[in-house]
Each structure stands twice: as C-alpha cells, then as structure tokens.
Design a protein around this ligand. Structure first.
Ligand code: ATP
Ligand code: MG
Length: 332
C-alpha cells in the first residue's frame, strides 16, 4: 500500500506564513510520494467557534484556495471537509473510552489554548477533548505521516497512544502515525509573540496583497531595547531577522544586515524594506495561482467535493474494519 499523509487546518481564517513553513511546504514536497489527505477541520473549529458557524462557511473555501495557491495538486491530493465525513464522529466516540480525563488535562497545547481563549462560560467539552477527535482524523485514513507545526506534537503523541491501546485491545487495525515538523517548527508572530496564529491577529497571510504586506512588515515588532538606528541591536529573538532567515534566499544580504544591525549601522526601516522585498517575491507566485482559482469557484467546489468523496470511501472502509475488530458487526 502507498503510504499516506493526513494533516489539516482549522477554517478559522486564511492561511499564513506559519502554516507554510510549519506544514504546507512539506505537504507540497511529499504530495507525489504519499497518498495525501488534507482535512479542512471545520468540526474542530466549531469547538471554539460554535457561536459563529457562518465564519467557518466562508473560510472552508478560503483555506482550499490557499492549498491550491501553494501548489497542492488537485489531481493528486484529496482536500476533505471534516463534517462531510460523519464516520469521524463515530470513531471519536469509540476512542473516548481509550483516553482518561487525566491524560486530556495534561495536554500542554490544549492548556495553553484554553488560557488564550478565555472561555467565558467554562471550557466546552468539545474543545477540551479535541485531541481525541484529531486522533480519529489521523487514524481513520491510516496515515503514516502527519506534517504539522510544533504545537501539534502532543496531539500526535495522543493519537499514537490511542492506536497502541486500540490495537492492543481489539487487534491490529490502525497505524501509529509519525509527526513531521517543518523547516521552522513554530514561526513567531509579527508582534514578536511565540506563534503566528490566526486567532492572535499577528499574521502575514499567504494571500495578503502587496500594500497590506508592506504595512504588516513595516509595523513589525523588532528589538524593543533599540531606540535609535545607531544603537547596537539584537538579532536573536527578533522576528524580523527570523523571517529574513526563513524567507530571504539572499543569505549574504541577511548576514550583512545582521552584522550592521549588531553594530548599530543600519536602521529598522532598511531591514524591513529588504524583508518586504523578499516576502513579496516569495508570495507573488502564490498570489497568482490563487487568483486563477478564485476566478473558477465552481472548479474549486468540485475539487473539494471530489476529495471528500474519495476520503469518505477510505473512512468507511476503515470503520468496517474497526467495527468488526470491536465485535460490533452483529449481523454479518
Ligand atoms: P487557530 O488560531 O485557529 O488555532 P492556527 O493559526 O493555529 O489557527 P491551525 O489551523 O490551528 O492554525 O494549524 C494548522 C497547522 O499549521 C498545524 O499543523 C499547526 O501546527 C501549523 N501552524 C500554525 N501556526 C504555525 C506557526 N506559527 N508555525 C508553525 N506551524 C504553525
Ligand atoms: Mg491552532
């Protein structure tokens, strides 16, 4: 059997540079080696957006456009809408018996996200237990590899534990997935925060038009200890330089800027202008491909429907095996 990839994104907004280096880049690189399933995780996104389901509706389409824009090949990759594969909900229920409350409570990423979200009426059970439904997402497609950012490592570990437990109890049906981190495991935000994240408003989006990109870059957080361009500055931990390292292919230029920054012989404006130029060149082909697909929305819808249909067939097959292993196929 051809090895599989499963990964995905929540349709809570358009995709950004963090998604690119954390996961999209690996998906594009590996799409011809692996049978690839990319999940638009609307059910997961509902867990903290259930009061605004209309927001997900538009973003399902936007996220699919971003996938196509970065070069995922619709002939090859299955783009899948989570809520249209109801077998995922069934597997989630079975998995719930295999995880303890204590384990869920220890998940460091969920803990952090709960703090960020500041749920007013308490933490919804759906949100708190999303690592379980994510394990169902990964395992229903029997994925070997899951390209993700660093924040998702506890989720993959949780999925692995569930698989070991399931296979131990019921027989070897599921595959233990492996995480694969991107070139940057966690890209910082434009505000200098630890993670660029749709929910934190500190993003540069893959679809940002040139003028928006310029504004976002020119207003980026830099070295707060530096007041004048003649002050020696800090390069480490400075997101402008992190982005230079990641997206500027001219390494000599980056080294020269760093040296001058440390000495206090270059201003933030010049460093940012050069970053803007590099990012603009990086985003240009992505914007162009996006515009092509935006002009054929019926084609994009068809790609999503077709990907979901193929994925659902795989999910149904796995669920037959799961029910039979769990001795739930009473009348066969
Ligand atoms: P939200 O704030 O709604 O959770 P998000 O920006 O965290 O959105 P997700 O859809 O949760 O995006 O994440 C999708 C994938 O992108 C995951 O694999 C995640 O690890 C990865 N990812 C997201 N942000 C970053 C980042 N800043 N650096 C590296 N990888 C990232
Ligand atoms: Mg997230």
């Amino acid at each position: 059997m051809e090895k599989r990839i499963l990964t995905g994104d929540r349709p809570t907004g358009r995709l950004h540079l963090g998604h690119f280096v954390g996961s999209l880049q690996n998906r594009v690189r590996l799409q011809h080696e692996y049978d690839t399933y990319i999940l638009i995780a609307d059910v997961q996104a509902l867990t903290d957006n259930f009061e605004h389901p209309e927001m997900l509706r538009q973003n399902v389409f936007e996220v699919a456009l971003d996938y196509l824009a970065v070069g995922l090949d619709p002939e090859r990759v299955k783009i899948v809408v989570q809520s249209m594969v109801p077998e995922l909900a069934e597997l989630t229920i079975y998995f719930m018996n295999l995880v303890t409350v204590a384990t869920l409570e220890r998940n460091p990423t969920v803990k952090e996200e709960i703090k960020q979200r500041n749920f007013k009426r308490g933490v919804p059970v759906g949100f708190w237990s999303y690592p379980i439904s994510q394990a169902a997402d990964i395992t229903i497609f029997k994925a070997h590899l899951v390209p993700v950012g660093e924040d998702q490592l506890p989720m993959i570990e949780q999925a692995r534990e569930i698989v070991r437990r399931f296979n131990g109890l019921y027989g070897k049906v599921l595959i233990e997935p492996r995480a694969m981190l991107g070139t940057v495991a966690r890209l910082p935000g434009t505000d200098g925060g630890a993670k660029m994240s749709k929910s934190l408003n500190n993003c540069i989006y893959l679809s940002d038009p040139p003028d928006t990109l310029r504004k976002r870059v020119m207003s980026m957080f830099t070295d707060p200890t530096r007041i004048h361009p003649t002050d020696p500055g800090h390069v480490e931990g400075n997101p402008v330089f992190t982005y230079h390292d990641t997206f500027n292919p001219d390494k000599a230029e980056v080294e020269e800027l760093k040296e001058r920054y440390r000495k206090g012989t270059v201003g933030d404006v010049e460093v940012k202008q050069k970053l803007h130029a590099a990012l603009d060149a990086f985003l240009a082909p992505i914007r162009e491909r996006r515009a092509q697909y935006e002009s054929t929305p019926a084609r994009v819808r068809e790609i999503i429907m077709e990907g979901t249909r193929k994925a659902r067939a795989v999910a149904q097959q796995t669920m037959d095996e799961v029910r039979s292993a769990m001795k739930l196929s009473y009348f066969e």
